[in-house]
Design a protein around this ligand. Structure first.
Ligand code: ADP
Ligand code: AMP
Length: 229
């Protein structure tokens, strides 16, 4: 079933499954998956001037400055057709980003419909990130087998599969996880205060997490969205 104009956020620590779940949901409800990380990696790969500005932040696992991130996201959202819904993955990462985004939506007579926060304990995240493989072309996410072996090409687009640079160093992974732990609570409180936050246990198998998110969507948007489980 499609979801004309629904504006959703999927948040959670690095490795919690935001990308995996957002792709599945976007396909199911006919919304655009917008990952700020994927957009930044596209700029890096394409060696745009934005790519030059952000590459050091990305490599070290630091956050890209808010003004750059917000401007890039605004451009992307403004490029969507009017009635197109979207799922934001990896944005906002700071309270300032969340507040700026609220203002942007209010200025366009719009508002967020729902924020899903995927919870996974920190001890499981490092392992997931060390095993993550992504397609260099379409950004589809895979998990590698124990021992690190993985297919060479993407089943979706035939692009080359590879590890992300920022997933290859345990210190960088630790830094990214710490950033999330330090900065996410005020964002969670912000959306909780707006009554639009739903927390989901992200520790089960992918399909179980997807079903849990769909249940929340189906009960929040009764009459608009229904799913076959
Ligand atoms: P994020 O976008 O939050 O950083 P990803 O969706 O890229 O997370 O997932 C990180 C890694 O964890 C990937 O290798 C993915 O295959 C794996 N993964 C995602 N969801 C689950 C899950 N529920 N159980 C086990 N592994 C998962
Ligand atoms: P992700 O693909 O979501 O894991 O993001 C990868 C990297 O992109 C992060 O470590 C940051 O360097 C950068 N990034 C992605 N989203 C944001 C954001 N909302 N704010 C600042 N930096 C971001």
């Amino acid at each position: 079933m499609t979801a004309d104009g629904l504006q959703l956020i999927v948040m959670g620590p690095p490795g919690s499954g935001k990308g995996t779940q957002s792709v599945a949901l976007a396909t199911d409800i006919g919304a655009m998956h917008i990952s700020t990380g994927d957009l930044f990696r596209y700029h890096e790969r394409s060696a745009t001037s934005l790519g030059d500005q952000i590459q050091d932040f990305m490599k070290k696992g630091d956050l890209v400055p808010d003004d750059i991130t917000i401007a890039m996201l605004k451009d992307k959202i403004e490029s969507l057709p009017d009635s197109m819904g979207y799922i934001l993955d990896g944005f906002p990462r700071t309270l300032n980003q969340a507040i700026s985004f609220d203002k942007m939506l209010t200025a366009g007579n719009s508002k967020l419909d729902l924020v899903i926060c995927i919870d996974v304990p920190e001890r499981q995240l490092e392992n997931r990130l060390l095993r993550r493989i992504v397609c260099a072309e379409c950004s589809l996410v895979y998990g590698s087998h124990v021992g690190g072996e993985y297919d060479e090409y993407c089943k979706n687009c035939g692009g080359k599969l590879q590890k992300r640079v920022d997933d290859s160093d345990k210190e960088v992974i630790g830094h990214r996880l710490k950033k999330y732990m330090d900065l996410s609570l005020p964002i969670i409180d912000h959306y909780q205060a707006h009554g639009i936050l739903h927390r989901i246990d992200g520790t089960g198998p992918v399909i179980e997490v997807t079903t849990a998110i769909k249940r929340v969507l189906a009960s929040t948007f009764k009459g608009t969205l229904s799913f076959n489980y």
